[in-house]
Design a protein around this ligand. Structure first.
Ligand code: SAM
Length: 470
């Protein structure tokens, strides 16, 4: 016979990186069994009677990926001094000190060091780095935006160094979201566990990124990408995001109606035996074998008096749970409704791989508080910092691409444009949209910093940025 406990053990066995502790905890949560029940005669496992399989390493040892050239953490964190030119401040060189509400045109290796050395502490870091696709990316106006050529160990170590800097930049209540494709999600999960600790892993979120894909030969068409969500500690900012339930879900879930309205019937018992009142008699009935009442008998009486108990013809009680007008559901780790630009009226900047703006607002709202600092070191078109500004957070965006710096500066000033309009336009039009084409404009007061070496190598681009800010 398959007992609940047996099923649960086999299901959660692949999560056993904590010497059985995590398995026990999850099993408890899933079926409500206590320790004695879990160790009971129903939990018979074949492995218990074998003594000759080769010994396994201790579950608590640290797991890491190894490759040559892996810098020790102190080397990654050693001070790096960079100077910047602040746009609008002619020849002034700013040594390191960069505060909130800044766009930085620099390699984030230097940018992140400068933010740490300036004493910034972030509540939220979101990154959407290159995915190791081997592609070059162009903007809609055919400018080269960035390349995604790092692969293998070089890519992993590039990301690991940034994760270490990001962990340093985060406040104790802060979180990191890493948006990534299927190419590197497995490797980055292991590296993030190494840098943040497996206990700070919160979710692997699957996001539906597009509606449909052309037929792909010899493999399944790819419709999703992923977000790895880590907190710096176990006390992190969390403002529960919710969604409105689909009408079809409501119809199916709340499938009963009475004079008080639409409702569902739920059992009043749960798995696991109890010694106290919830394990005893109520109205001459004991809970079914192996189960306990979910509420003490007084509470069950109250439900019945209020007409919130349904009695079947055979005398089986179930509780009525009524649908409220403001019924919301917690957002799960499958994000169906945050697809990237998919119809002509969607507002965009034209930067490649620009992420869904509603998703960015949701992440900023969930994992930071008003007034807190949000940082995106792979800033791209500025989706994260724009969302942060609209939601009353402070922000800093870093990107090494000139097109990204230019796009995010003009986005903060002029917002985005409908995708349909964009296709007809020239690059100059994109940079200077007419007032009627401005959307989601912010009145943000912000600074633009350029790594001094970059500004010296690219004076024309530096002048372009200065013009935008003038
Ligand atoms: C996928 S895009 C980000 C898109 C962005 N999330 C958006 O919504 O527009 C990745 C960005 O990382 C930037 N990038 C890559 N390597 C970098 C580095 N070492 N330092 C700073 N930025 C970098 C690229 O220039 C590119 O803009």
């Amino acid at each position: 016979m398959f007992s609940d406990a047996f099923l649960c053990f086999s299901w959660s066995g692949n999560k056993d990186y904590n010497n059985g502790l995590l398995v026990t905890k999850i099993t408890n949560m899933a079926v409500g069994l206590n320790k004695t029940e879990l160790a009971g005669e129903n939990s018979v496992l074949a492995t218990k009677s074998h003594h000759q399989s080769p010994p396994l390493p201790p579950a608590r040892v640290k797991i890491s990926i190894s490759y040559p050239g892996k810098l020790a953490e102190p080397e990654v964190l050693a001070t790096v001094k960079t100077t910047y030119k602040k746009i609008g401040q002619s020849k002034d060189k700013v040594a390191g000190k960069i505060g909130p509400n800044s766009i930085i045109w620099a390699d984030n290796w230097f940018g992140l060091h400068s933010l740490i050395e300036s004493g910034n502490k972030a509540q939220l870091v979101y990154i959407d780095p290159p995915y190791a696709t081997g592609f070059d990316f162009e903007s809609r106006s055919q400018e080269h935006a960035y390349n995604d050529s790092l692969t293998g160990a070089a890519y992993i170590e590039f990301m690991r160094r940034r994760f270490i800097l990001i962990r340093e930049l985060l406040d104790d209540n802060g979180s990191l979201y890493v948006h990534i494709g299927s190419q590197m999600v497995a490797e980055l999960k292991v590296v993030l566990d190494e840098v943040f600790g497996p206990k700070n892993f919160r979710n692997l979120i699957t996001r539906r990124k597009c509606s449909s894909k052309n037929f792909t030969k010899y493999q399944y068409p790819n419709l999703v990408d992923y977000l790895l969500f880590y907190s710096k500690s176990d006390r992190y900012i969390w403002n529960q995001p919710t969604t409105t339930p689909e009408p079809a879900w409501i119809e199916k879930e709340y499938n009963k109606v009475d004079e008080r309205g639409q409702h569902k019937l739920v059992p009043i018992h749960a798995p696991g035996t109890r010694r106290g009142e919830t394990g005893g008699e109520w109205r001459g009935m004991m809970p079914p074998p192996g189960k306990h009442w979910q509420y003490v008998p007084d509470k069950l009486e109250e439900f019945d008096k209020r007409g919130e108990m349904h009695w079947s013809k055979t005398g089986n009680p179930r509780r009525k749970v009524y649908l409220s007008a403001d019924k919301m559901l917690p957002l799960t780790d499958y994000w169906e409704n945050f697809r990237d630009a998919h119809h002509q009226s969607i507002l965009i900047t034209g930067y490649p791989t620009e992420k869904n703006f509603d998703m960015m607002k949701m992440i900023v709202g969930a994992s930071s508080n008003p007034g807190g600092l949000v940082v995106d070191p792979f800033n791209g078109s500025g989706s994260t910092i724009h969302a942060a500004e609209l939601l009353g957070r402070k922000w800093i965006g870093i990107d090494q691409s000139f097109v990204a710096a230019k796009t995010s500066v003009s986005r903060m000033i002029d917002g985005r444009q409908p995708m349909g309009d964009y296709i007809k336009k020239t690059e100059t039009d994109n940079l200077f949209p007419s007032p009627s084409e401005k959307h989601e404009i912010t009145d943000a007061d912000f600074n633009v910093y350029v790594d001094s070496e970059i500004s010296e190598s690219f004076p024309a681009e530096f002048a372009d940025l200065s013009l935008l800010m003038a």
